[in-house]
Design a protein around this ligand. Structure first.
Ligand code: GDP
Length: 191
C-alpha cells in the first residue's frame, strides 16, 4: 500500500478502478489502523490535534489481484473543528459516498472501548437508508480487558444494530485482526 495524494475536495479525486473508503469520528484510530494495514508507521499521520487536517488521503493498493484505491475520509464529529468544516463535512462526504462510481465498500470505524457514538449510529443509519455497502470495524481491542471482550462485542453489535459476527474488531497497537481486515480489503479490491 502506498500513499498517492491528498485532496481537499471529493470532486478533485482521480478516477479509480475500484475503491474502498474508511470513515469514522476523529480519534477513533483511523490513521493508526491504516498505518497498521500498510505495515508502515507514518503513512497516515497519527495526530494529537484531531480534526485539524480535513484532507482526503488516497492510498494505492497493488498486491497480487488487489489493485485499487483506499480512501481515508476526514474524521467527523470533532468539536473544535471550525463551523465551516462542520457544515461542509456532511455534504461533501455524503456526496462522495452516494456518487462515487467505483466505491465497493465503506469501512465504518467505531471505538471498541467506548462503543458507537450518536454520530456513528447516524452514519450507520444513513448508509443503511441509502443502501451503501458497509462493514463496521471496531478499534482499540487491546483497551478492553480480555474478560470483558465477549460482553463488549455483544454491546458493540447491539449498539450498531448488527450481529456480532458482522463486526471486525481490531487493535492497531497489538496487531489484532489486522491480517483479517487486510484480506477483507484485498478481497474487495480484487473485485
Ligand atoms: P484518528 O483521528 O481516527 O486518525 O485516530 P488516530 O489513529 O490518530 O488515534 C487516536 C488515538 O488513539 C491516538 O492516541 C492513538 O495512539 C490511539 N489509538 C489508535 N489505535 C489504537 C489501538 O488499537 N489501541 C490503543 N490502545 N490506542 C490506539
Amino acid at each position: 500500500m502506498s500513499f498517492v495524494e491528498s485532496a481537499s475536495r471529493v470532486d478533485t479525486l482521480p478516477d479509480a478502478v475500484v475503491e474502498v473508503a474508511f470513515v469514522g469520528r476523529s480519534n477513533v484510530g483511523k490513521s493508526s489502523l491504516i498505518n497498521a494495514l500498510a505495515n508502515q508507521k507514518q503513512l497516515a499521520r497519527v495526530s494529537n490535534t484531531p480534526g485539524r487536517t480535513q484532507l482526503i488521503n488516497l492510498f494505492r493498493c497493488d498486491e497480487g489481484d488487489a489493485l485499487g484505491t483506499i480512501v481515508d475520509l476526514p474524521g467527523y464529529g470533532y468539536a473544535k473543528a471550525s463551523k465551516a468544516v462542520r457544515r461542509d463535512w456532511p455534504e461533501m462526504i455524503e456526496g462522495y459516498l452516494l456518487d462515487r462510481d467505483h466505491l465497493v465498500m465503506v469501512f465504518v470505524l467505531v471505538d471498541g472501548e467506548i462503543g458507537p457514538t450518536k454520530l456513528d449510529v447516524q452514519m450507520l443509519d444513513w448508509l443503511r437508508y441509502h443502501e451503501v455497502p458497509h462493514t463496521v470495524v471496531a478499534t482499540k481491542h487491546d483497551k478492553v480487558k480480555s474478560a470483558k471482550r465477549a460482553t463488549r462485542k455483544n454491546e458493540l453489535a447491539a449498539g450498531c444494530r448488527l450481529d456480532k459476527g458482522d463486526i471486525v474488531w481490531v487493535s492497531a497497537t497489538k496487531g489484532v485482526g489486522i491480517d483479517l481486515l487486510r484480506s477483507l480489503v484485498r478481497s474487495h479490491l480484487s473485485g
